[in-house]
Design a binder for this molecule. Structure first.
Ligand code: NAD
Ligand code: UD1
Length: 334
């Protein structure tokens, strides 16, 4: 079975390619490398010992998509490609709607043209917005509050309508919580541009001495230690969730992919210190605008519908993040 992986050179895509190949699938990657490096494809090949077919192109380019479906007998698509920086989406919303919404429209149009109707889509828990539910089930109210989140919800709506209009589509909308960690080989991992916005890569770079100290955004939230609580999911668990979804594709499925447990910023910092033996200097600063106190998944549906649940712990996450960071101090820019 051949799977087209859009954005397969990126953080989650590269880990998913490895697990797809391990599970016996053939992989065709479409990536423009706007937020990744070709080196990640070489590393996927090194880890798996298999060749990855790589098409360098843009998912919004319908001719490029047509040539892929003509040249390869694609059975299913996992659609990761898109832009994901919340702040940038606020500053440049049109770019986000173009990449994320138009890209998905072009892809589904060409999939329909070639009668390939099996699709797994990267959505985000950000579609829930300021949810009062703790944990958050899939049935929660949806209220994304920035252009990035809106673009994800728009694509979800498009795919829901598509599924209603034609029952032969099989679509999984996967809402990820906080993907972190790296492959245990230390060969692939998250390679953010510039100073990381997200907690785990920031902590790793403080540990590596690239950044002086962590700023913890607020310690006055209504949580056990006052710092924000999130659902950190090991990227390999997340990758395996995609394979479980691919195997169970049947009509429309909307599923949270999270560990179903919340950890505070200080939990993560202390676990990182304990696991790696490296002290993380930090200071408490003001809350980050737009942050939510507590956000974690109700992961029951994934267990029931996909037979999937996370197997890696916060210790595994910290160990593997540090392994990747210490082996690749400059990410893929070796
Ligand atoms: P990433 O930026 O590492 O990977 C995205 C990949 O898509 C990159 O390789 C990029 O070069 C490629 N790409 C972007 N636009 C493209 C286009 N128009 N044509 C072809 N390739 C293009 O991001 P990631 O963390 O791996 O995220 C993958 C998906 O999961 C994204 O859709 C993201 O919104 C979603 N998601 C990510 C997170 C997270 O925290 N990482 C959380 C929830 C959802
Ligand atoms: C961020 C995005 C969200 C996206 C998610 C994916 C924002 C506002 N939200 O959310 O849309 O889906 O990543 O992983 O960017 N923290 C610090 N110091 C730091 C960085 C983070 O204290 O330097 C805290 C945050 O306040 C939060 C926790 O760590 O409590 C996790 O932050 P982060 O990794 O940025 O993820 P999210 O806030 O969940």
């Amino acid at each position: 079975m051949i799977v087209l992986v859009t954005g397969g050179a990126g953080y989650i895509g590269s880990h998913t390619c490895v697990e797809l190949i391990n599970a016996g699938y053939e992989v065709v990657v479409l990536d423009s490398f706007i937020n990744s490096k070709e080196e990640s494809i070489k590393r996927i090949e090194n880890i798996t010992g298999k060749t990855v077919v790589l098409v360098k192109g843009d998912v919004r380019d319908k001719d490029c998509l047509r040539s892929i479906f003509k040249n390869y007998s694609i059975n299913a698509v996992i659609h990761f490609s898109g832009l994901k920086a919340v702040g940038e989406s606020v500053a440049n919303p049109l770019k986000y709607y173009d990449y994320n919404v138009m890209g998905s429209l072009a892809l589904t149009e060409i999939m329909a043209e070639f009668n390939v109707k099996n699709l797994v889509f990267s959505s985000s828990a950000t579609v829930y917005g300021f949810s009062d539910n703790k944990p958050i089930p899939e049935t929660s109210q949806l209220s994304p509050f920035n252009p990035y989140g809106q673009s994800k919800r728009m694509v979800e709506q498009i795919l829901e309508d598509l599924s209603k209009s034609d029952a032969s589509w099989n679509i999984a909308l996967l809402r990820y919580f906080n993907p972190v960690g790296a492959h245990k080989s230390g060969m692939i991992g998250e390679d953010p541009n510039g100073i990381p916005n997200n907690l785990m890569p920031f902590v790793s770079q403080v540990a590596a001495g690239k950044l002086k100290e962590l700023s913890i955004f607020g310690n006055d939230y209504p949580t056990k230690d006052g710092t924000g609580v999130r659902d950190y999911i090991h990227v390999v668990d997340l990758a395996l969730g995609h394979i479980a979804a691919l195997k169970k594709l049947n009509g429309l499925m909307i599923i949270n992919l999270g560990a179903g447990a919340g950890y505070s910023v200080l939990d993560l910092v202390h676990t990182f210190e304990k696991t790696t033996g490296i002290k993380i200097p930090f200071k408490i600063v003001n809350r980050r605008p737009g942050d939510i106190a507590i956000y974690f998944a109700d992961a029951t549906m994934a267990k029931e519908k996909l037979g999937w649940q996370t197997k890696y712990s916060l210790e595994d996450i910290c160990r593997d993040s540090w392994h990747w960071q210490s082996k690749n101090p400059n990410g893929y820019n070796t």
